[in-house]
Design a binder for this molecule. Structure first.
Ligand code: KG4
Ligand code: ZN
Length: 341
């Protein structure tokens, strides 16, 4: 089965074709630059840019990779959670293409896409596993028994880890997205100068809280000279605190689930310090860890095409002929509401 994937939940337009036999055939990502001046994503600008980019990107991807549209068996689009206007663009285009091509369309949960992204690699994790999903909108630990069989073990009660990176970047005078900028500045920082708290690690449970770290960064900066070295030292202490906190909770989650495998996905999963730290942790615990390639940690169409392929194949195998012509878009949608495959 061959599936076209469309991702437009935030500020990335991602288009990809995934084939169940041959794997990922082609993908393209366009990251919107129009938000840079605002220090965050402006929803209406995001929707308008997706409208401009989406169809030309589909055409170009198919033409450049010699993929005949008639070989595509289904369309998968991100239906949520995300910015409602941005989601509606991908959902409407995806549903309409499928209608025009007389093939099925499937609505995909954005976080399920992230969660399955490690399966785009040559060596893939086996179920069950524990997943750390860390993006700009979410931070959660999930017990994954199979595709669609998700139990949220804990999540952020305020800012997501990526959001905290973005807000800290803004106060350090860095651009958006903040995660890569903070990580780069942190390389020049002294990790011994400041020590930031590890929020919610001194009490049981698997929930997170990251909004206090951004405030801690703000207060530290206020009490110091705002020279470049101080900013680098703050970036370093902030990054260490986020990474340490995530690692402490991953260890706890693995002890609770007793799973042998941890997977990390979502934009913050591209953070090198986090990847190294979790590699060391799982080595010590004699467990394995899987991540997607860096380009598939942040939002992309490949993860949506893959998730769509799995779901459409399951539907086909079940023999159910469900003719769902709805254009689905949900700004909020829990992973636990998904049906198991
Ligand atoms: O998964 P994603 O592309 O979009 C959402 O679904 O939210 O994640 C974007 C988030 C942003 O907050 C960005 O700052 C963060 O991921 N991010 C990083 C890194 N690369 C992206 N955070 C820390 N280190 C990075 N290298
Ligand atoms: Zn995402």
């Amino acid at each position: 089965m061959r599936v076209l994937g469309i991702e437009t939940s935030c500020d990335e337009t991602g288009i990809a074709v995934y084939d169940s036999e041959q794997g990922l055939l082609a993908h393209a990502i366009y990251t919107q630059e129009i938000h840079a001046d605002y220090g965050g994503v402006v929803p209406e600008l995001a929707s308008r840019d997706h409208i401009k980019k989406c169809i030309p990107m589909v055409d170009k991807l198919l033409a450049n990779n010699n993929i005949n549209q008639q070989t595509i068996d289904g369309v998968a689009y991100t239906a949520g959670p995300g910015l409602i206007g941005a989601l509606l663009v991908g959902a409407t285009i995806g549903r309409s293409l499928a209608w025009g091509w007389q093939i099925p369309a499937v609505a995909i949960h954005h976080m399920e896409g992230h969660l399955l992204a490690p399966m785009l690699e040559d060596t893939t994790p086996q179920f069950p596993f524990t997943a750390l999903l860390v993006s700009g909108g979410h931070t959660m630990l999930v017990d994954v028994k199979g595709v669609g069989n998700y139990h949220i073990l804990g999540e952020s009660i305020d800012d997501a880890a990526g959001e905290a990176f973005d807000k800290t970047a803004k106060l350090l005078g860095l651009g958006y997205p903040g995660g890569p900028a903070v990580a780069e500045l942190a390389l020049k920082g002294d990790s011994d100068r400041f020590h930031f708290p590890r929020p919610m690690t001194n009490r049981p449970g698997l929930d997170f809280s990251f909004s206090g770290l951004k405030t801690f960064a703000m207060n530290t900066l206020k009490n110091e000279n705002d020279d470049v070295q101080t900013k680098a030292d703050i970036a370093c202490a902030f990054e260490d605190a986020v990474v340490d906190t995530l690692a402490i909770k991953c260890k706890r989650a693995l002890e609770q689930t007793q799973h042998e495998t941890l997977i990390i996905a979502g934009g913050v999963g591209a953070n090198k310090k986090l990847r190294q730290h979790l590699m060391q942790l799982t080595n010590k615990l004699n467990k394995s860890v899987f991540y997607p390639k860096l380009e598939f940690c942040t939002d992309n169409g490949a993860m949506i095409a893959l998730a769509g392929c799995i779901r459409l194949q399951a539907l086909q195998n079940s023999g159910v002929q469900k003719k769902n012509l709805a254009i689905e878009a949900y700004s909020r949608w829990s992973l636990e509401e998904l049906s198991p495959v």
